[in-house]
Design a protein around this ligand. Structure first.
Ligand SMILES: N[C@@H](CCC(=O)N[C@@H](CS)C(=O)NCC(=O)O)C(=O)O
Length: 204
């Protein structure tokens, strides 16, 4: 049994989607990051960086934080959703791309465009341009392929929640037809449709 510490966010959804895909038994512990629950001592003991998601695997006694590290752990645990041999390195390369670029840049864009108390045009423009540039990278990658690697994998799961959330926040995919088709293709998967609802949004 795996315990998933999470919140209703793109990084949290990566793990609920992956667990649904792998059909692994898990329980959910909601950490309300809006209320500062990530700074409580018991959570900091799991992740000193005070961020969800985190998992604890009762079978192995392993705790893991950082969403892409968790995805790799779950893929290795089951031998699913990650290519083997040389193609594994391609998957790891794109996982790092997601963790280092797509997550932080789209996160900063959402922060300055929607949540910052003061509207700072320079910051909004900087992160919007960088988001567009990164979408262009994914568009190029997906032009000739159905998935980011040769087959559906944790790499698609890592990216999908961020693209889904940005789209819902009004960032149009129209100029990126291959990325848009990939988004819709992944959205049709039953495990994705279920994972995106876990945990249920908390009341504001
Ligand atoms: N690089 C981390 C980022 C995790 C992250 O930013 N989590 C957010 C929710 S999506 C969080 O816990 N925010 C709380 C805070 O920043 O205080 C990962 O991929 O796990």
């Amino acid at each position: 049994m795996i315990e998933l510490y999470t919140h209703n966010t793109p990084n949290g959804h990566k793990i609920s989607i992956c667990l649904e895909e792998l059909k692994l038994p898990y329980s959910v512990k909601v950490v309300d990051v809006r209320q500062g629950e990530q700074f409580k001592d018991e959570f900091l003991a799991l992740n000193p960086n005070a961020k969800i998601p985190v998992i604890f695997d009762h079978e192995t006694g392993q705790t893991i934080f950082e969403s892409c590290a968790i995805l790799l752990y779950l893929a290795d645990k089951t031998g699913c959703l990650i290519p083997s041999g040389q193609a594994r390195w391609e998957a790891i390369e794109w996982l790092f791309f997601q963790a280092a670029s797509i997550g932080p840049m789209l996160g900063q864009r959402a922060h300055f465009a929607f949540f910052a108390p003061e509207k700072i045009p320079y910051a909004i423009e900087r992160y919007t341009k960088e988001t567009e540039r990164l979408y262009g990278v994914l568009e190029g990658r997906l032009k000739e392929r159905k998935y980011i690697c040769d087959e559906y994998s944790i790499v698609d799961i890592a990216h999908w929640g961020w693209i889904y959330t940005a789209k819902r926040m009004g960032f149009s995919l129209d100029p990126f037809p291959s990325l848009s088709a990939w988004h819709d293709r992944i959205a049709e998967r039953p495990a994705v449709a279920k994972g995106i609802t876990i945990p249920a949004p908390l009341p504001m």
